[in-house]
Write a protein that binds this ligand. Structure first.
Ligand SMILES: [Zn+2]
Length: 142
């Protein structure tokens, strides 16, 4: 192999590697913002609900459905303000715990542990599709 051929090979490898996306630092520790709640009477308002859903890359209405089902409560999401209203009094700690459970089941890929996933509905089945490693994991619909 001539020197020139070796050089070209290195350049080719370098070009290939540069196309591989870099590992993202946020994989090391996936931070979900804590809920900002306000209680008015017997109702609970989650002021940063849209922000939380955004970090998880999930539809706010999907996350709402999960929380309301787990709390056996009614509520509504206001698109304009991004605030979730729940018809019962729930502590911030309880909400944070539920959101962590949601993340564990419906966001984090069980194969590689990364949060770069999307939820796909195929008929009645829900599949957690990982964009990092390609794993497809069936999850419990709700
Ligand atoms: Zn994965």
């Amino acid at each position: 192999m001539s020197g020139e051929a070796a050089f070209n090979y290195d350049a080719l490898l370098e070009r290939l590697y540069s196309k591989i996306p870099r590992k993202q630092a946020r994989h090391e520790r996936f931070e979900v913002p804590p809920v900002k709640v306000e209680h008015i009477g017997n109702r609970t308002f989650v002021r940063n609900f849209r922000e939380i859903a955004g970090v998880l890359r999930r539809e706010p209405r999907l996350l709402m459905r999960y929380l309301l089902k787990e709390l056996a409560a009614a509520g509504s999401y206001d698109e304009d303000s991004g605030i979730l209203m729940i018809n019962i009094r729930v502590s911030a700690a309880s909400l944070n715990r539920l959101i962590q459970l949601f993340v564990k089941q419906y966001v984090i890929c069980p194969t590689c542990g990364r949060p770069d996933t999307r939820l796909e509905r195929r008929g009645k089945a829900w599949i957690l599709v990982c964009e990092a490693c390609g794993a497809e994991t069936p999850v419990k619909p709700f």
